[in-house]
Write a protein that binds this ligand. Sequence first.
Ligand code: LLP
Length: 421
Amino acid sequence: MNYFKSDYFTYINNQLHCENVNLTKLAEDFGTPLFVYSKKFLVDRYKELDEAFSSINHKIYFASKANFNLSVIKTFYELGSGVDVNSAGEFYRAIKAGVNPKDMLLTGVGKTDEEIRLGLEKGVFVIKAESIEEVYVINDIAQELNITAHVAIRVNPDVDAKTHPYVSTGLAENKFGIDSIYAYDMFLECSKLSNIELVGIDMHIGSQITTVQPFVEAVIKMAELYKKIQYAGIPLKHFDIGGGIGVLYNDETPFTPKELADKLIPIFMQLDAEIMFEPGRFLTANGGVLLTDVLYTKTNSLGKNFVVVNSAMTELLRPSLYQSYHHVQPIEKIDNIDFQADIVGPVCETGDYIAKEREITMVGRGDKLAIMSAGAYGMAMSSNYNGRRRPAEILVDGSEFKVIRSRETFGHLIFDEDTHI
Ligand code: LLP
């Protein structure tokens, strides 16, 4: 059985702990499925990235789509982070976490007029546009409001991030940003608009990128463009490299922020720009686990074993959607032989699984398991499918912990619904 190596989730007397808090106890007291996050992990990762780039003018904007819990957002904000919001809903969450709009970036490939108006009225730091049509809409709304909109344009650098096709965003064929071939002319054209101030270039080439090469390639391309645009008299101020820093789930060998900084800082030094980052996964993925109970085990006539647990694609969609790997391990180390099994959830979809053909200590009904690396795109992508109620979330800080979201009740399932027939 393969245990995930972590400084934040460790076995003490054969019991898995998050920092100093016993996870068996949390699972018993609060029930499962249950998300548990380590605050120390969040703080350490933020500082690691921040310090790696400390020699240049930079700012981190936490991509709240990875984990939008208010306490998680607040943890980063208190460390000096800004917040990247992708919709009016994420804007609302950030406001509720106490974030000032001037510390937010408004992103998204298809912002509605209402979202643009909200961003402008509330004064977000930058709106990132992804098409020329969108820039015109921003200009019109800014004119109505009689203000100048601070706009960055997302350029698609056409590099291969070498990641899962569903999270690769920087190829010319992808829907994101504007084609780098048209970018220069578009900046010139948009600079003529009365209510737009072009303040930066933005890119985001994909997610879970585990080598620095795609970043270097894209940054070199975008840095050339940045200089050319400045030379044309448009006083850009920001260069935003997006998110995408990959992490360890299984056997990847992701680069460290320091390794990224060593390659990128020499390029950034040639630019007159504040460098911006939008990490989500790097700051949160390995800071969270999803605790679950084994409901049943069974073996079919082909000799295939199933472990049916009480977590599903509704809590962790990643395996079903991207065939992602997450370590699954008993919360209490048990002295038993290993067997191979599919670990599956209760949802009525064949695609509902947590792990396939996994070597795991033989577990049985009532045993508790931890699904590792669940801090990013876990709860944020959860759903109520099959009438499932979203789990609670707990934030651990040393020997203390707080319930930062309670388990949904049946009332949540029918909120605002009625029978009108
Ligand atoms: N900035 C933009 C514009 C983005 O679209 C994203 C992620 C980020 C920043 C943060 O990327 P990160 O640092 O987390 O890689 N649900 C998928 C990941 C989708 C990422 C979407 N955009 C997954 O579970 O792997």
